[in-house]
Design a protein around this ligand. Structure first.
Ligand code: TRP
Length: 453
């Protein structure tokens, strides 16, 4: 993506959808969604998540795309243009992605470790003892950090070289391939003996398991998975020509993203039950389950290698979009050159990743406010449960009550050139439903409501 001060490029229709889908489909879908579903009661989490995507997710997606398309500016400049006093919302767009990058890199490193193990043909050995293998790896003090560093370097090289175009071209082949492989793995998973229990767990909501934590987790996941709440879609939208139909895109991108997440759930959860793993195993769930699934497939090592490689690719298309925002900010605000800015962001993020990675092993006893979690979980909590929903909340207020629905509609329809079909729905969502829901969930997750109980 070009720097603000240079000539701004523009996206073709397909290019925009690919870039937006590339940013949104990542570890959030493949790694996070299955384990969140597993630890939040199964089907009931899926239902809550789908409802949140169709209401808050769609609203914030269209909101960000429209702000970007209308202003043609980075998030800070964009808020400055439509509602001067609300510029601070754009500032979250620099801070939040940076926080996310720090731990995203660590998970990227775990994926690299699994690629290497698959290439070395160690998969069957891991499959027999995958839970211990995984724990031993992430709690070690050096190896996960070395893999994180490799992932960081790949990112920095891509961003500083500005080879996003190359990534986009590769996306056209590799992302569809990822869907095909997910389908194959999901097919193997649901046909395993004993998988039925897992399918039930996934698809039959048990409403007695519905709790506030389920809702909080689903809201955070909506923002994380759709790349919302930090202006990533404002930035992408800013490269759109005026006459693009973003209303369709704001439906299509969440649909693709949700489809990927649901498929990942089918690939993992039935197998969890078939092999007798714990659905609530947390962040390790895919790393523990997948080796066993691949081991149960003919040519398992080959499938595993290709699959983890595609996951890595999806992770890179997302992490590049995360690094891009703080990088662009350094370029715009400090006149830094792209190379230097990209390396600074990547190196500082890597330095923060070191204690985060150690917090899963030797430093696991050290906890931080506000939630008393270790630093890895605490940074994730602050970014996903507090800051991203807050940015979404303020965006709804700005669109619904400051900039105004009529101005918004003009931006969406390019001054009435075509119809804004969901205008009434969007208006109700952006003015009332989304901000009220986010506010209430946010109050609860920040711990403030517990004062009253
Ligand atoms: N959506 C990505 C995923 O699911 C992560 C991500 C990329 C992201 N860019 C973002 C999250 C911007 C929030 C904001 O893995």
């Amino acid at each position: 993506m070009e720097n603000q001060s240079k000539d701004r490029g523009s996206f073709s229709k397909l290019g925009f959808i690919l870039a937006a889908a590339g940013s949104s489909i990542g570890l959030g879908n493949l790694w996070k969604f299955p384990y969140l579903t597993g630890s939040n009661g199964g089907g009931v989490f899926v239902i809550v998540y789908l409802v949140i995507i169709a209401t808050i997710g769609f609203t914030c997606m269209l909101g960000e795309m429209a702000i970007g398309k209308y202003t043609k500016l980075n998030p800070i400049g964009a808020y400055g243009k439509i509602a001067e006093k609300w510029k601070f919302v754009g500032v979250l767009g620099v801070l939040v992605p940076f926080l996310i990058v720090t731990y995203y890199n660590i998970i990227g490193g775990w994926i690299m470790k699994y690629i290497v193990e698959s290439l070395l043909g160690h998969l069957p050995a891991i499959a027999g003892d995958s839970a211990n293998f995984f724990t031993a790896h992430i709690t070690a003090s050096t190896s996960p950090i070395v893999y994180t560093l490799i992932f960081v370097i790949i990112n920095a090289v891509i961003i500083q070289a500005g080879v996003n175009e190359g990534i986009e071209r590769a996306s056209k082949i590799l992302m569809p391939l990822l869907f095909v492989l997910l389908l194959i793995v999901a097919f193997r998973s649901v046909t395993l003996p004993g998988a039925v229990e897992g399918i039930k767990f996934y698809l039959q909501p048990d409403f007695s398991k519905l709790s506030f934590n389920t809702v909080t987790a689903a809201l955070g996941q909506c923002f994380f998975s759709l790349s919302l709440g930090m202006g990533a879609m404002i930035t992408y939208g800013s490269y759109l020509p005026d006459n693009s139909h973003i209303e369709q895109d704001a439906v299509l991108v969440p649909l693709l993203d949700t489809f990927a997440a649901l498929l990942a759930g089918f690939a993992i959860l039935p197998a969890v039950f078939a092999f007798g793993f714990e659905p609530s195993a947390g962040p390790g769930l895919i790393f523990i389950t997948l080796p066993a699934v691949f081991d149960a497939m003919p040519f398992g090592t080959l499938w595993a290698t290709v699959f983890f490689f595609l996951v890595l690719f999806a992770a890179i298309t997302s992490s590049v979009s995360l690094v891009e925002n703080p990088t662009a900010w350094l370029i715009d605000s400090y006149g830094m050159d792209r190379k230097k800015a990209a390396w600074i962001v990547c190196i500082v993020a890597f330095l923060i990743a070191i204690p985060e990675s150690l917090s899963m092993g030797v430093w696991s006893g050290i906890t931080f406010p506000p939630m008393g979690l270790n630093i890895f979980d605490e940074i994730g909590y602050i970014a996903e449960s507090l800051l991203m929903p807050a940015a979404g909340f303020f965006m709804c207020i700005v669109i619904g009550w400051v900039w105004g629905i009529d101005n918004f509609a003009k931006a969406v329809t390019n001054n009435g050139e075509y119809e804004f079909k969901s205008k009434k729905y969007f208006e109700i969502m952006v003015k009332y439903v989304a901000p009220a829901a986010i506010f209430f969930i946010w109050l609860n997750s920040s711990g403030i409501l517990s004062i009253f109980s």
